[in-house]
Write a protein that binds this ligand. Structure first.
Ligand code: COA
Length: 155
């Protein structure tokens, strides 16, 4: 596995990974058109790559296998895991054919190491297996938004 920084040209793959996150339980709630039209979902990639956006791409045998990125959002246009304007919120997705090989763990470890902020947040459904991964990497629950948990890690 090779990890590299996410760049502006990665938008199509990041979009695919955003859809994996939106459809995390296998139900095809979102396709790209619906995600782009959903002002809340598209908030995570709109205008990518902003100056303060950062992320990592995992490649396996030259193909993108997964991605995690983080973005600052604001109180008037928050993400689902919004904490504060100076706390970026991360998104994570691994392509179905590359799961259970440690890709997500490697991506998150890299993202946390590269975070230039004191905290990083996320939103996760309590039934998502990703929650176990987040806990194992030091994220703790700080609240609930809708049906999802908001988790934070000190960096
Ligand atoms: C959740 C997801 C990112 C995990 O990616 P992955 O590369 O398969 O994860 P890893 O191989 O690094 O696994 C790390 C840990 O996550 C947990 N985990 C991941 N998938 C799991 C599953 N299907 N069942 C149970 N635990 C799982 C385990 O604790 C695992 O640790 P272990 O291998 O030591 O048991 C991937 O399944 C995915 O993209 N899902 C859809 C998008 C999504 O849910 N994103 C997160 C939204 S908050």
């Amino acid at each position: 596995m090779h990890l590299r920084p996410a760049v502006a040209a990665d938008l199509p793959f990041l979009t695919a990974m955003l859809l994996e996150a939106c459809n995390w339980d296998g139900t095809p709630w979102y396709d790209e058109a619906k995600a782009r039209a959903d002002h809340h979902a598209w908030r995570y990639l709109e205008g990518w790559q902003r100056e303060t956006d950062y992320g990592a791409i995992a490649e396996i045998d030259g193909s993108p296998a997964g991605a995690s990125w983080a973005r600052l959002l604001t109180k008037d246009r928050p993400g689902y895991g919004y904490i504060a304007d100076d706390v970026p919120e991360l998104t994570l997705g691994v392509s179905p054919g590359f799961r259970r090989r440690g890709v997500a763990r490697a991506l998150l470890t890299e993202l946390i190491e590269r975070t230039p902020y004191a905290r990083i947040s996320l939103s996760v459904d309590p039934d998502n297996p990703a929650r176990t991964l987040y806990e194992s990497l030091g994220f703790t629950k700080v609240g609930v938004a809708g049906t999802s948990d908001t988790m934070v890690r000190e960096v």
